[in-house]
Ligand binder design. Structure first.
Ligand code: ZN
Length: 185
């Protein structure tokens, strides 16, 4: 699957615009919980809704089947996160869910989590939300700034509270390291 034309550039612009709304610089780390609050979205840990033991049971039955989900209740959006995940994973998951909302994806497919129905999006929209979320957390301006300071993906992941996997992906796919090398050579 490929992203629509202009999608990546738009995601970069949105990352800058949202930081501006939050009063932080284009290269500053983004606190997705703060962004959620700004968007009027409540972030709720799933263990406040169901027993942690049931979440652990679900995880044993089907590992990684539940990362996060968005619920729309009487016009209010709730992002439910999985407390069994690492902080970086939860951060990425919140960014993914907020991206669905920012991209105005329709929650259409009904799935169930432990007999609780929730809606999810089409596969192409899942891909878009992941790409958009990654850009919100690690936009080009931020990566370039980090690369200039000599930071590698592991340090970028720590500084931005994201997974190493995401830091690596964004660091490599945006080509910031090469850009720095070219300039200094
Ligand atoms: Zn999704």
């Amino acid at each position: 699957m490929t992203l629509p034309r202009g999608f990546k550039a738009n995601a970069e612009r949105e990352a800058t615009r949202l930081r501006k709304e939050l009063g932080i610089s284009p290269a500053a780390p983004l606190d997705v919980r703060q962004l959620a609050e700004h968007m009027g979205v409540a972030v709720v840990s799933a263990d406040r809704l169901v027993d942690r033991a049931r979440l652990e049971e679900l995880e044993r039955l089907q590992a990684f089947s539940f990362s996060a989900a968005t619920f729309d209740v009487r016009g209010n959006s709730y992002v439910v996160t999985n407390p069994l995940r690492s902080e970086g994973r939860i951060f990425s998951d919140i960014a993914h869910e907020l991206s669905h909302l920012l991209l105005k994806h329709e929650l259409s497919e009904i799935r169930e989590l432990d007999d609780v129905p929730f809606r999810t999006c089409q596969p192409n929209e899942e891909e878009e939300a992941t790409a958009f979320g990654g850009t919100l957390l690690l936009p080009r301006a931020l990566l370039l700034d980090a690369a200039r300071r000599g930071l590698k993906p592991d340090a970028i992941a720590t500084e931005n509270r994201v997974t190493l996997e995401m830091a690596r992906y964004r660091y490599n796919s945006t080509g910031v390291a090469k850009q720095i090398t070219r300039r200094s050579s």
